[in-house]
Design a protein around this ligand. Sequence first.
Ligand SMILES: NC(=O)c1ccc[n+]([C@@H]2O[C@H](COP(=O)([O-])OP(=O)(O)OC[C@H]3O[C@@H](n4cnc5c(N)ncnc54)[C@H](OP(=O)(O)O)[C@@H]3O)[C@@H](O)[C@H]2O)c1
Length: 291
Amino acid sequence: MAASRIKILVTGSEGQLGKTIADLAPHQHQYTFIFLSRTQLDITHAQQLEAVITKQQPDIIVNTAAYTAVDAAEDNRQQAFAINQQGPQLLAGVCKKHEIALIHISTDYVFDGQAQQPYKENDTINPQTVYGQSKRAGEEAILEAGLSRFLIIRTSWLYGVHGHNFLKTMLRLGQERSHLNVVNDQQGIPTSVIDLTKAIFTIIPQLTPANSGVYHYSNSGRATWFDFAQFIFENCELKVSVEPVATLQFPTPAKRPEYSVLNCDKIRNTFGVKTPDWKKSAASILSIVNS
Ligand SMILES: NC(=O)c1ccc[n+]([C@@H]2O[C@H](COP(=O)([O-])OP(=O)(O)OC[C@H]3O[C@@H](n4cnc5c(N)ncnc54)[C@H](OP(=O)(O)O)[C@@H]3O)[C@@H](O)[C@H]2O)c1
């Protein structure tokens, strides 16, 4: 008899990661999927969560739901913590009760951005923003829940075809303007949400109690926002002159990390996932956006 397919429930399915998982899901014949938007499942609503999970009985929950408005979070601490801390805490609770595995997405913003070399999973946590603090609190809630199978994946500079992201903002501005100033003193790695999705699909059947824990996932290489903008315009043959500027010239309510490069050795070595060069992946996303 054929083995039954793994049932994956995806929260926050209208976000950029949630939608990308849905895009790629039809090719994943070893899994069945349930996609739930915020209106269908509010992860901060304990009774709704319990009712949905009891009804759907997934094998694994992929939590892409989050409060991601980094600057707005500075004035909306309560809401950011409700979604990024209490939500994951409730999810971890139902996962524990129903013996469901959990994959949760976190962020490079749990670090202070002062490192000189790529961040490893055990490096000192020191979030500098309300968003970063709320995401760290969500990690802690999951770590404390005592789940037998779980993964916290920290990622950085996510972009893709859906939602709001740097690549799409640059493409819009590139149509409107011939000159742009872009920050050149923050370093990180643009990460394709398609590559992250493929990594999640690769990991799911391999997830065990022994390899559960915190992992970093990003593309390879490194860039500043200026490098990323230049690459986008060159690739699309948009005639925009881009000037490198300092962060000081772009004050934002939430402080941005100067250095956000993640070391992804652990996730590559444990699960054999691929972390393609960011330029290759950005070119591939641009070809989809421009098609
Ligand atoms: N974007 C990045 O650059 C980046 C970088 C590092 C890590 N991450 C992490 O990656 C994950 C995915 O990010 P993303 O870019 O896909 O975010 P996104 O596009 O903002 O999507 C998040 C989704 O969560 C939904 N949501 C908010 N509150 C909810 C609730 N209480 N219950 C259920 N759903 C809720 C949102 O719905 P509404 O739109 O209706 O609020 C939205 O559809 C997040 O954990 C984020 O922290 C993102």
